[in-house]
Design a protein around this ligand. Structure first.
Ligand code: CA
Length: 346
């Protein structure tokens, strides 16, 4: 099966999927007392403890979690059929940091280098592991799959494979791209408009919910900052950032899938988990990798608020919807018009 993709600054890539599963191994008890299917997974418990404490500030869905999830896309998408994708090249080869589409990603790359060296794991595996752990820290998130065994990249990805936020290029299926955009429910921008660092893409950046899909359907009214960069367009809420590339994907091809994401949280979680599992093994054969998903924390189950309109908005402010299905019934938050504070830097 061959697919291709794009994203927040995220991208263009080819998915090579195999139905083959990794060979079974007898259960193994790790030094920390946890049981795993394959002893090689034990090392990831040490990595987990370290990054939860020292990268994610005790397990928060904050700036580092957002940037870590973003990095999974940027390592995967700079890919061509001749190169492996999720291979850590973005960390191993500083050349990639100079690509325009990788703006402001150098900080998380520098942070992750320390953990990779300390635990002696490959950069490609670490990026995926840390991404799955980051997602698990966000309220309402799915538990993502994690497979290990990516060899280190031997060369940087060529420039031009990662589209800019202003690009509409994408060879990933439109439906799966909509599913992957759930990552923008727990995300914020720094470099697209540096005048408003930390401005999120929805009003709940610490929660993996459908507000991203609701709020991107609202009429845009103003830029959150002073930048009128090609990467951003007018957003509906003060402090909220709207990416040009996200809006380029909201059209007749995707409006019904977009709307479905609002109405069914379990489906949204499962869609994201499935699409991320595909992206995580870009350029690899699944049968060559070891399933260590059991190391990924089971996300705490929070009772999420129902999808809603921000305060001060009505259903009449919804600008686009599916022509073949009824739009979900949403009520507006009470009180003063919603404004969105920036995600605080750690
Ligand atoms: Ca959210």
């Amino acid at each position: 099966m061959v697919l291709t993709i794009t994203f927040y600054s995220f991208t263009l890539c080819t998915l090579l999927l195999s139905a083959n599963a990794a060979p079974a191994h007898p259960p193994k008890k790790c030094p920390n007392g946890k049981t795993v299917k394959n002893a090689q997974c034990c090392i990831w418990f040490d990595v987990l403890d370290d990054i939860q404490e020292n990268l994610f500030d005790g397990g928060e869905c904050g700036e580092e979690a957002h940037e870590t999830l973003r990095l999974t896309f940027h390592d995967a998408i700079a890919f061509s059929p001749d190169l492996t994708a999720q291979d850590g090249s973005i960390i191993l080869f500083p050349d990639e940091l100079a690509f325009d589409a990788n703006e402001a990603i150098d900080e998380i790359v520098e942070l992750q280098k320390t953990f990779i060296a300390h635990h002696d794991v490959t950069a490609g595996d670490f990026i995926q592991f840390a991404g799955a752990v980051a997602v698990s820290n966000c309220n309402g998130s799915p538990r993502l799959e994690f497979l290990m065994g990516r060899p280190d990249a031997s060369a940087p990805a060529p420039d031009g494979l990662v589209p800019l936020p202003s690009d509409s290029r994408c060879r990933f299926s439109a439906q799966e791209l909509v599913h992957l955009l759930a990552s923008h429910s727990v995300a914020a921008q720094d470099g697209v408009d540096p005048s408003v660092p930390g401005s999120p893409f929805d009003s709940t950046p610490d929660t993996f919910d459908s507000q991203f899909y609701v709020e991107t359907l609202l009429k845009g009214t103003a830029f959150p900052g002073d930048g009128r960069d090609a990467g951003g367009v007018e957003s509906p809420l003060a402090g909220e950032f709207r990416l040009t590339s996200d809006m380029n994907w909201l059209d007749k091809r995707t409006s019904c899938e977009w709307q479905t994401q609002i109405a069914d949280h379990n489906k949204m979680m499962n869609n994201f988990k499935k699409a991320m599992a595909k992206m995580a093994i870009l350029g690899h054969d699944r049968k060559d990798l070891i399933d260590c998903s059991e190391v990924i924390p089971v996300p705490a189950r929070f009772s999420l608020p129902r999808p809603h309109l921000p305060a001060g908005r009505t259903i009449g402010d919804i600008e686009s919807s599916c022509a073949t299905a009824t739009f979900p019934s949403l009520s507006a938050d009470p009180g003063e018009e919603t404004s969105v504070p920036p995600v605080p830097p750690s």
